[in-house]
Design a protein. Sequence first.
Length: 211
Amino acid sequence: MKKALVFLLYFLSFSTILLAQVDTTIPVRIVSIDALARNNYNKLTWKTACFLEYANFEIQRSYDGSNYISINSFTADRLRCLQPFDYSDYSADQMAGRVFYRLKVGDKVGRVYNSKIISIITQGHGIEVNSFVPTIVSGSADVSISSSENDDAVFTIINAQGVIVSAQKIKLNRGVNTIHLSAGYLQPGKYWLSVSNSKNVIIRTISFLKQ
Protein backbone atom coordinates (compact mmCIF):
# COMPACT_ATOMS: atom_id res chain seq x y z
CA MET A 1 0.00 0.00 0.00
CA LYS A 2 2.82 2.36 0.93
CA LYS A 3 4.67 1.60 -2.30
CA ALA A 4 1.51 2.22 -4.31
CA LEU A 5 1.03 5.58 -2.61
CA VAL A 6 4.63 6.60 -3.30
CA PHE A 7 4.22 5.61 -6.96
CA LEU A 8 0.97 7.57 -7.22
CA LEU A 9 2.56 10.70 -5.75
CA TYR A 10 5.53 10.34 -8.11
CA PHE A 11 3.20 9.92 -11.10
CA LEU A 12 1.14 12.99 -10.17
CA SER A 13 4.28 15.04 -9.64
CA PHE A 14 5.72 13.92 -12.98
CA SER A 15 2.40 14.65 -14.75
CA THR A 16 2.34 18.17 -13.23
CA ILE A 17 5.83 18.83 -14.59
CA LEU A 18 4.77 17.66 -18.06
CA LEU A 19 1.65 19.84 -18.01
CA ALA A 20 3.70 22.85 -16.92
CA GLN A 21 6.11 22.24 -19.79
CA VAL A 22 3.28 21.98 -22.31
CA ASP A 23 1.58 25.13 -21.00
CA THR A 24 4.75 27.20 -21.33
CA THR A 25 5.80 25.90 -24.76
CA ILE A 26 4.59 27.51 -27.96
CA PRO A 27 4.06 24.51 -30.26
CA VAL A 28 4.59 26.36 -33.53
CA ARG A 29 7.58 28.17 -34.96
CA ILE A 30 8.87 29.60 -38.23
CA VAL A 31 11.60 27.35 -39.62
CA SER A 32 12.57 29.72 -42.44
CA ILE A 33 11.32 32.95 -43.99
CA ASP A 34 12.39 34.70 -47.18
CA ALA A 35 11.26 37.64 -49.30
CA LEU A 36 12.00 39.08 -52.73
CA ALA A 37 10.97 42.24 -54.56
CA ARG A 38 9.32 41.57 -57.93
CA ASN A 39 8.40 44.09 -60.63
CA ASN A 40 5.26 45.37 -58.92
CA TYR A 41 4.90 43.30 -55.73
CA ASN A 42 6.84 41.67 -52.90
CA LYS A 43 6.73 37.92 -52.41
CA LEU A 44 7.14 36.24 -49.01
CA THR A 45 7.79 32.52 -48.54
CA TRP A 46 8.09 30.60 -45.29
CA LYS A 47 8.03 27.15 -43.68
CA THR A 48 6.75 26.16 -40.25
CA ALA A 49 7.08 23.43 -37.65
CA CYS A 50 3.57 23.07 -36.23
CA PHE A 51 2.18 20.70 -33.59
CA LEU A 52 -1.26 22.30 -33.40
CA GLU A 53 -4.57 21.26 -34.91
CA TYR A 54 -4.91 24.84 -36.15
CA ALA A 55 -2.49 27.79 -36.23
CA ASN A 56 -3.36 31.46 -36.78
CA PHE A 57 -1.07 33.43 -39.08
CA GLU A 58 -0.82 37.22 -39.35
CA ILE A 59 1.43 38.93 -41.91
CA GLN A 60 2.68 42.33 -40.78
CA ARG A 61 4.42 45.09 -42.75
CA SER A 62 6.42 48.17 -41.78
CA TYR A 63 8.33 50.92 -43.54
CA ASP A 64 10.52 51.92 -40.59
CA GLY A 65 11.16 48.56 -38.91
CA SER A 66 9.32 49.62 -35.73
CA ASN A 67 5.65 50.33 -36.51
CA TYR A 68 3.83 47.38 -38.06
CA ILE A 69 0.37 46.95 -39.53
CA SER A 70 -1.45 43.71 -40.34
CA ILE A 71 -1.90 43.16 -44.07
CA ASN A 72 -3.35 39.64 -44.05
CA SER A 73 -4.40 36.90 -41.61
CA PHE A 74 -5.60 33.32 -41.98
CA THR A 75 -5.85 29.96 -40.19
CA ALA A 76 -4.12 26.75 -41.31
CA ASP A 77 -4.62 23.21 -40.06
CA ARG A 78 -1.78 20.83 -39.22
CA LEU A 79 -1.79 19.22 -42.67
CA ARG A 80 -1.51 22.62 -44.38
CA CYS A 81 1.32 23.60 -42.04
CA LEU A 82 3.41 20.76 -43.44
CA GLN A 83 3.53 22.59 -46.78
CA PRO A 84 5.48 25.78 -47.64
CA PHE A 85 3.58 29.08 -47.50
CA ASP A 86 3.78 32.06 -49.81
CA TYR A 87 2.13 35.46 -50.00
CA SER A 88 2.29 38.19 -52.65
CA ASP A 89 2.02 41.74 -51.33
CA TYR A 90 0.70 43.94 -54.14
CA SER A 91 -0.22 46.82 -51.82
CA ALA A 92 3.34 47.63 -50.69
CA ASP A 93 4.74 51.04 -51.62
CA GLN A 94 7.46 50.16 -54.11
CA MET A 95 8.84 53.69 -53.79
CA ALA A 96 9.57 53.24 -50.08
CA GLY A 97 13.11 51.99 -50.62
CA ARG A 98 12.90 49.43 -47.81
CA VAL A 99 9.95 47.35 -46.64
CA PHE A 100 10.03 45.24 -43.46
CA TYR A 101 7.97 42.11 -42.81
CA ARG A 102 7.36 39.75 -39.92
CA LEU A 103 4.94 36.94 -39.14
CA LYS A 104 2.83 36.60 -36.01
CA VAL A 105 1.81 32.99 -35.38
CA GLY A 106 -0.43 31.80 -32.56
CA ASP A 107 -2.97 29.29 -31.32
CA LYS A 108 -6.60 29.48 -30.14
CA VAL A 109 -5.68 30.20 -26.51
CA GLY A 110 -3.67 33.29 -27.34
CA ARG A 111 -0.07 32.06 -27.26
CA VAL A 112 1.88 33.86 -29.99
CA TYR A 113 5.27 33.71 -31.66
CA ASN A 114 6.82 36.50 -33.76
CA SER A 115 9.19 35.54 -36.54
CA LYS A 116 12.41 37.36 -37.13
CA ILE A 117 12.12 40.61 -39.09
CA ILE A 118 13.20 40.56 -42.72
CA SER A 119 13.51 43.47 -45.11
CA ILE A 120 13.24 43.98 -48.85
CA ILE A 121 15.22 46.65 -50.64
CA THR A 122 12.89 47.84 -53.38
CA GLN A 123 14.99 50.63 -54.87
CA GLY A 124 18.62 51.07 -55.83
CA HIS A 125 21.37 48.83 -54.50
CA GLY A 126 22.11 47.91 -50.95
CA ILE A 127 22.08 45.45 -48.11
CA GLU A 128 20.23 45.40 -44.79
CA VAL A 129 21.10 43.40 -41.67
CA ASN A 130 17.91 41.79 -40.37
CA SER A 131 19.09 39.96 -37.26
CA PHE A 132 22.00 38.49 -35.33
CA VAL A 133 21.16 35.51 -33.07
CA PRO A 134 22.11 34.67 -30.44
CA THR A 135 23.80 37.78 -29.05
CA ILE A 136 25.49 35.66 -26.37
CA VAL A 137 27.55 33.30 -28.52
CA SER A 138 29.03 30.00 -27.55
CA GLY A 139 30.16 28.40 -30.79
CA SER A 140 28.39 30.22 -33.64
CA ALA A 141 25.69 32.72 -34.58
CA ASP A 142 23.39 33.27 -37.56
CA VAL A 143 23.30 36.62 -39.34
CA SER A 144 20.30 37.37 -41.58
CA ILE A 145 21.00 39.88 -44.40
CA SER A 146 18.79 41.17 -47.20
CA SER A 147 20.43 42.21 -50.46
CA SER A 148 18.94 43.96 -53.48
CA GLU A 149 21.20 41.98 -55.82
CA ASN A 150 24.00 39.41 -55.93
CA ASP A 151 26.77 41.24 -54.12
CA ASP A 152 29.57 40.99 -51.58
CA ALA A 153 29.71 42.00 -47.94
CA VAL A 154 32.58 42.09 -45.48
CA PHE A 155 32.24 40.80 -41.91
CA THR A 156 34.79 42.36 -39.57
CA ILE A 157 35.04 41.21 -35.94
CA ILE A 158 36.60 43.69 -33.50
CA ASN A 159 37.47 42.97 -29.88
CA ALA A 160 37.01 45.21 -26.82
CA GLN A 161 40.48 46.73 -27.35
CA GLY A 162 39.53 47.89 -30.85
CA VAL A 163 41.72 45.29 -32.56
CA ILE A 164 40.45 43.61 -35.72
CA VAL A 165 40.31 39.89 -34.99
CA SER A 166 39.10 38.76 -38.40
CA ALA A 167 37.74 40.08 -41.71
CA GLN A 168 35.86 37.87 -44.14
CA LYS A 169 34.25 38.52 -47.53
CA ILE A 170 30.75 37.08 -47.79
CA LYS A 171 28.94 36.28 -51.03
CA LEU A 172 25.32 37.49 -50.94
CA ASN A 173 22.46 36.39 -53.16
CA ARG A 174 19.56 38.63 -54.06
CA GLY A 175 16.94 38.34 -51.32
CA VAL A 176 17.39 37.15 -47.74
CA ASN A 177 20.67 35.44 -46.82
CA THR A 178 21.44 33.55 -43.62
CA ILE A 179 25.17 33.57 -42.85
CA HIS A 180 26.57 31.09 -40.33
CA LEU A 181 29.22 32.96 -38.34
CA SER A 182 31.73 30.75 -36.54
CA ALA A 183 32.96 32.19 -33.24
CA GLY A 184 34.36 29.15 -31.47
CA TYR A 185 37.92 30.41 -31.86
CA LEU A 186 37.22 33.70 -30.03
CA GLN A 187 38.26 34.22 -26.44
CA PRO A 188 35.48 35.02 -23.94
CA GLY A 189 34.58 38.71 -23.90
CA LYS A 190 32.75 41.46 -25.76
CA TYR A 191 33.08 41.89 -29.53
CA TRP A 192 31.60 43.91 -32.36
CA LEU A 193 30.60 42.63 -35.79
CA SER A 194 30.92 45.33 -38.45
CA VAL A 195 29.09 44.62 -41.71
CA SER A 196 30.28 46.55 -44.77
CA ASN A 197 29.05 46.51 -48.36
CA SER A 198 31.15 46.02 -51.50
CA LYS A 199 31.94 49.76 -51.52
CA ASN A 200 33.48 49.48 -48.04
CA VAL A 201 30.63 51.45 -46.46
CA ILE A 202 29.70 50.21 -42.98
CA ILE A 203 26.02 49.19 -42.97
CA ARG A 204 25.68 48.14 -39.35
CA THR A 205 27.75 47.34 -36.26
CA ILE A 206 26.42 44.77 -33.78
CA SER A 207 27.79 43.99 -30.34
CA PHE A 208 27.84 40.44 -28.95
CA LEU A 209 29.32 38.48 -26.08
CA LYS A 210 31.45 35.37 -26.50
CA GLN A 211 31.05 32.91 -23.63
